[in-house]
Design a protein around this ligand. Structure first.
Ligand SMILES: Cc1cc2nc3c(=O)[nH]c(=O)nc-3n(C[C@H](O)[C@H](O)[C@H](O)COP(=O)(O)OP(=O)(O)OC[C@H]3O[C@@H](n4cnc5c(N)ncnc54)[C@H](O)[C@@H]3O)c2cc1C
Length: 356
């Protein structure tokens, strides 16, 4: 079996992995990134909205921006709606991820595609290449950026336990829209439906928790939702593509142990109410990359625990609030009309009060 050494092994070349790899490679570390997919960013599992504030974290690349978004329209179960200012963009997520990976390569990281991380053998990580050849990699530090079902997370017993299944379709819009649309309905338990415009097309999807007695499949529920949007004259009935994915809705937890750090969805850093995770993936990735460099330079792995404090200072409170609001929302789902104000980010009440 061939053996490789590197300073930092990043598992996963999504936004979190590429961001970690760029931060570490820029400081001269030898960085290997392994991703099981043959092409970065494919398949897309995303509604593709990024908030404008993210531009402090990434350069706005015209090749991946699909359209500008002015705000969000939230539709309530009684048919009324509220509008929130939420400037941002919908993007071509595959191109976005590919741009980030190119940046990591330009900084000096090496990306191995079609390379699946399998298991750890003492301090070595065994990976399988497309041709089924096994390689052993000996890194000084491992950054787990391998998404919601993270294998690296299992190695340090820090795994996502509250994953929400979601399904999405690409459809054609009847008229262009400047707002993202979010729909709450009693049948979409613990989640919501969305319509995110992308030029002449839109991503229409929903995420829903399982509950005893709700036997309608996710796909069926999405078909019903699409039917409603067709009736409202927003979209054409034809479906161009189906997608699916898992969205972590996790409490704040420890994501560092020994020489391993988790970032992005692997760390459960998706917002437990909205499901947005690109921003946290980029920020946690950069921070983990920077702390890994500091730990290697100081020859002191204990420094990695500072990453834990760093990401919590940045957005730990937002995740904590959202996690508790999600619990409240689920407990009071039968009073969705009233509880929604305390539990959805479009309302002032969401930001008021303590969590318990
Ligand atoms: C339907 C849906 C809609 C969403 N919409 C939005 C949105 O509009 N805006 C937003 O901000 N967020 C959205 N999210 C969340 C967002 O997509 C994630 O938070 C984001 O992708 C997290 O990035 P990541 O780099 O942590 O993980 P990922 O993007 O999941 O990347 C993980 C990478 O790890 C690789 N990998 C996994 N296992 C292994 C292994 N064993 N070996 C090697 N490689 C491996 C995968 O191939 C993948 O490339 C959505 C999620 C879903 C499911």
């Amino acid at each position: 079996m061939k053996r490789f050494h590197c300073d930092i092994l990043v598992v996963g070349a999504g936004p979190a992995g590429s961001s970690a790899a760029t931060a570490a490679a820029k400081k001269g570390m030898s960085v290997l990134v392994a991703d099981r997919s043959a092409r970065i960013g494919i398949p897309v599992r995303c509604a593709e909205y990024i908030p404008a504030q993210l531009l402090g974290e990434v350069n706005l690349g015209s090749e991946y921006v699909a359209q500008r978004i002015r705000g969000m329209r939230t539709w309530l179960p009684d048919g009324s709606h509220v509008e929130t200012v939420a400037p941002g963009f919908t993007i071509h997520r595959d191109l976005f991820d590919q741009t980030l990976a190119r940046e990591a390569e330009r900084a000096g990281a090496e990306i191995l595609l079609s390379t699946t991380v399998l298991y750890r053998d003492n301090q070595e990580v065994v990976v399988r290449k497309k041709d089924r050849e096994l390689l052993k990699i000996s890194p000084r530090i491992i950054i787990g950026a391998d998404g919601p079902h993270s294998k690296v997370g299992k190695w340090i017993s820090s795994v996502n336990r509250h994953l929400i299944p979601s399904v999405q379709a690409r459809v054609l819009l009847k008229n262009p829209l400047e707002f993202t649309h979010v729909y709450f309905h009693k049948d979409i338990y613990g989640g919501y439906g969305w319509l995110f415009p992308k030029g002449n097309e839109a991503n229409v999807g929903l995420g829903r928790k399982k509950k005893n007695g709700n036997n309608v499949s996710l796909k069926k529920l999405l078909e019903q939702f699409i039917g409603r949007l067709v009736e409202e004259g927003k979209i054409f009935p034809k479906i161009l593509k189906w997608f699916g994915g898992w969205i972590p809705a996790e409490p704040v937890r420890r994501v560092v142990k020994g020489n391993i750090l988790l970032v992005g969805d692997a760390a459960g850093h998706t917002h437990p109410i909205t499901g947005a995770g690109i921003a946290a993936a980029l920020i946690s990735g950069r921070k983990a990359g920077e702390w890994a460099v500091k730990a290697i330079e100081a020859k002191d792995l204990a420094l990695l625990s500072k990453y834990e404090k760093d990401w919590r200072d940045s957005y730990g409170e937002a995740i904590d609030r959202a996690y508790h609001r999600r619990n409240l929302l689920e407990q009071h789902w039968c009073q969705l009309d009233t509880i929604i104000k305390t539990c959805w980010v479009a309302f002032r009440e969401y930001y008021v009060g303590t969590e318990e």
